[in-house]
Design a protein around this ligand. Structure first.
Ligand code: TMP
Length: 211
């Protein structure tokens, strides 16, 4: 069947502050879609399994120090090294649920004071998400959830700055989800939005690029 042969998967990105529930909601989404018979994979950035990812991980756990621009470019390189695999999976019809992407890259680095346009530049040409699910939570609430594990960016004041940068980055691919709602409600909203997006992509929506 022609439609099936040429239909692509959707690139779904989940964004939000640390402790907004991204990771557990991404897991739920994956098992739901899987159970419905969709071809789907769950990804995350940083991908700490690569060499670049190991450098990032060591920075985040305060085992190494890096200049702000250097770590920014490593986060970006970590997405670039996965770009062609990402494209081939999508073209095979696999939907990707990605926990953090370029928006995290720009929001976190620009929250340190780097120029936002400078931060966006290395992301140009990466695949643009079909849908960004932003789990919206006040920084104080996120901090109350506990489990700030002591990684570099897990501090209230910094997260507040990150939240401001996320606001600037919102575009038409974004859907804002109130992450303070009961878990099941968040889950339900996400499922509906994702299924819609998958259908749109199956109907032939072209892949596009940032930014
Ligand atoms: P994680 O907790 O989702 O593994 O992300 C680790 C931290 O890295 C988190 O505080 C957000 C930050 N981050 C960036 O600063 N730039 C990026 O490009 C990405 C993907 C994450």
């Amino acid at each position: 069947n022609d439609r099936e042969n040429c239909s692509r998967g959707a690139l779904i990105v989940v964004e939000g502050l640390d402790r907004s529930g991204k990771t557990s909601q991404s897991c739920k989404l994956l098992s739901y879609l899987d159970g419905q018979g969709y071809s789907v994979e769950s990804w995350r950035f940083p991908d700490r399994s690569t060499c670049v990812g190991e450098m990032i991980s060591s920075y985040l756990t305060n085992k190494s120090q890096l200049d702000d621009r250097t770590i920014h470019l490593l986060f970006s390189a970590n997405r670039w090294e996965k770009r062609s695999l990402m494209e081939s999976k999508l073209k095979k019809g696999i939907t990707l649920i990605v926990d953090r992407y370029s928006y995290s890259g720009v929001a976190f680095s620009s929250a340190k004071g780097l120029d936002i346009e400078w931060c966006k530049a290395p992301e140009i040409g990466l695949l643009a998400p079909d849908l960004v699910l932003y789990l919206d939570i006040p920084s104080e609430k996120a901090a109350e959830r506990g489990g700030y594990g002591g990684e570099r960016y897990e501090q209230l004041e910094f997260q507040k700055e990150v939240a401001k940068r996320y606001q600037i980055l919102q575009d038409t691919s974004w859907k804002i989800i109130d992450a303070c709602l009961p878990i099941e409600d968040v889950e339900k909203q996400m499922k509906e939005l994702v299924v819609d997006s998958i259908v749109t992509c199956q109907k032939g929506k072209p892949l596009s690029q940032l930014w």
